[in-house]
Write a protein that binds this ligand. Structure first.
Ligand code: HEM
Length: 123
């Protein structure tokens, strides 16, 4: 999982709502954003939703089920710029809201993910 560390206890509080629930809301939103859709052409969105849900599960202190690629390695050839990164994070913030996660809790997860920003942005 690269540099990300678990934010324990949140999974105990929210269960899968903070994992697969957030992932589903996230990619629903991303697929409606014409700035981001070009990045996702040809991607198996069901597999991606599952991997993101599993990553959020591990990150929030749930079972260690992540089987996707290392998060930094997964993005390295995508030429992601800061605008795209911020757009994804914006949708992630909304996805936490959609799922009913309290802001103080989602802030902990977002703070952890912010640590991956410089590694994911490659353009
Ligand atoms: C905090 C930021 C981000 C996190 C935590 C994150 C997390 C993930 C995870 C867990 C995967 C699954 C890897 C796998 O299936 O093996 C993934 C794949 C992917 N991400 Fe991200 N991502 C982030 C930002 C972005 C951004 C900014 C973009 C593009 C604008 C992006 C585009 C993609 C695409 C297209 C894939 C699919 C790769 C493939 O299946 O070939 N991600 N991401």
């Amino acid at each position: 999982m690269g540099d990300v560390k678990p934010v324990a206890t949140l999974y105990a509080k929210y269960g899968n709502v903070i994992a697969s629930g957030v992932a589903e809301f996230l990619y629903d939103r991303i697929q409606k954003d014409s700035y981001l859709t070009p990045f996702f052409v040809g991607v198996n969105m069901d597999a991606l939703t599952e991997h993101m849900g599993d990553m959020l599960c591990v990150l929030t202190g749930g079972p260690d089920i992540y089987k996707g690629k290392d998060v930094i390695a997964a993005h390295k050839d995508m030429k992601i710029d800061e605008t795209a990164f911020n757009a994804v994070v914006g949708h992630l913030i909304k996805a936490f809201e959609d799922a009913g996660v309290e802001e103080a809790d989602s802030a902990l997860v977002l703070a952890e993910l912010a640590g991956a920003k410089d590694a994911i942005i490659t353009a």
